[in-house]
Design a protein around this ligand. Structure first.
Ligand SMILES: [Zn+2]
Length: 163
């Protein structure tokens, strides 16, 4: 993927749309495009600032607030639903990751673990540790896969700033 293709693909995205994996990978390895994306994000924040200020002034205006309230109470307008964020928070990822790690670490020391080891021997241990490895690998893969935006934005940007 060339810089132009990657950047055009990035620009074609809607707000809050997930960045495709190919673009994320390009951004990870291309400081030029990363800087461009960072500048776009900064510009967007700058442009949005006066808008949010205007909105808060409107809310303070009692006449307007009253008018809006009357419109709402007459059932002529729907209040905008909050943008539902389907993104899983980092804290939940950490908690579920720790639960997974503790589960696999503690299971061999529980009654069920020792019983299985005594009864089945290595035909229990070997598949168990393979399952551990597969589960942890799958977890890490999903974590990085679904949070690649985060890694690009947080860590990728810092690199380009230092360079
Ligand atoms: Zn590039």
């Amino acid at each position: 993927m060339t810089c132009e293709q990657a950047f055009n693909r990035y620009l074609s995205l809607d707000k809050y749309e997930r960045v495709p994996l190919s673009v994320s990978v390009h951004l990870l390895f291309c400081p030029v495009c990363r800087t461009g994306v960072r500048q776009l994000n900064r510009a967007e924040i700058l442009v949005a600032q006066p808008l949010s200020m205007q909105k808060s002034q409107e809310a303070v205006d009692p006449v307007l607030a009253q008018a809006l309230e009357r419109i709402m109470s007459a059932g002529l307008a729907y209040s905008l639903p909050d943008r539902t964020d389907t993104h899983v928070s980092m804290l939940r990822w950490v908690i579920s990751g720790l639960a997974l790690a503790f589960g696999f670490t503690l299971l061999p020391f529980t009654f069920m673990g020792s019983w299985s080891r005594d009864v089945f021997g290595s035909s229990f241990s070997v598949p168990f540790y393979i399952l551990c490895g597969v589960a942890v690998t799958a977890y890490c893969g999903m974590f990085i896969g679904t949070n690649i935006d985060f890694f690009v934005k947080k860590f990728g940007m810092e690199d380009s700033r230092a360079a």
